[in-house]
Design a protein around this ligand. Structure first.
Ligand code: SF4
Length: 207
């Protein structure tokens, strides 16, 4: 967490492009980072992790509450409208708003699947529209997360399984960097040999 923009900026510089899409696993999901990416002209694709106390207790996750930006309400799985009931500051300057409909919860037939409290509250960050935009992008490109997993996890899986590098032998960042650079060179050479073969590699570097 907290490294998405920094990592994506380094990739953009390395590729020497103005615009870049960044696809990351759910460990990178953090609203501040998603927001910072958009501000920097980086287009993020990060799946939302299912976490929070409601999910842990087996209640309806927040995804099942639909937000209507124009009306500024959530529609819950019981079809009730949850409106903004209070705001509070969190994480520095970012505010969070609570949405609820206590009267609807009181007579709700599916309340036991939703909350153990008197009524269900849904929290929304004031800049949560960035997450809504990202969810739309992900829905429009359903294969993009699989593409990332298949292309990015493969080298690490090979390095761990085939090269047996489960834990670093070196200590201290600089030394570990050197160790991993050697691992990466070995992996890249083997991959290049598999993909194009030794004669083609020799021909490519021959003056
Ligand atoms: S308990 Fe409240 S928020 Fe949950 S489904 Fe019922 S009415 Fe909607």
């Amino acid at each position: 967490m907290g490294l998405l923009t920094e990592t994506a900026e380094a990739a953009r510089e390395a590729l020497d492009v103005a615009q870049i899409d960044v696809v990351a696993d759910r460990g990178y999901f953090k609203i501040e980072d998603i927001d910072a990416c958009e501000t920097a002209g980086i287009v993020p694709y990060v799946p939302k992790p299912q976490r929070g106390s409601a999910v842990a207790k087996g209640f309806f996750p927040k995804d099942q509450f639909r937000y209507d930006a124009e009306a500024d309400i959530y529609t819950c799985p019981g079809s009730a409208a949850l409106s903004r009931v209070r705001s509070r500051p969190v994480r520095g300057k970012i505010r969070v708003f609570d949405y609820a409909n206590a009267a609807a919860c009181k007579s709700c037939a599916i309340k036991t699947r939703c909350t153990a409290a008197a009524y269900r509250k849904i929290a929304r960050y004031e800049n949560e529209a960035v997450l809504d935009r990202m969810a739309k992008r992900l829905a429009a490109r359903p294969g993009v997360l699989d593409e990332r997993r298949e292309s990015v996890e493969h080298p690490f899986g090979s390095v761990k399984q085939w090269m047996g590098q489960g834990a670093f032998l070196m200590r201290r960042l600089e030394n570990v960097r050197a160790e991993f650079s050697l691992t990466a060179i070995a992996y890249n050479l083997r991959r290049a040999i598999s993909l194009v073969g030794i004669p083609a590699l020799i021909a490519a570097v021959r003056p």
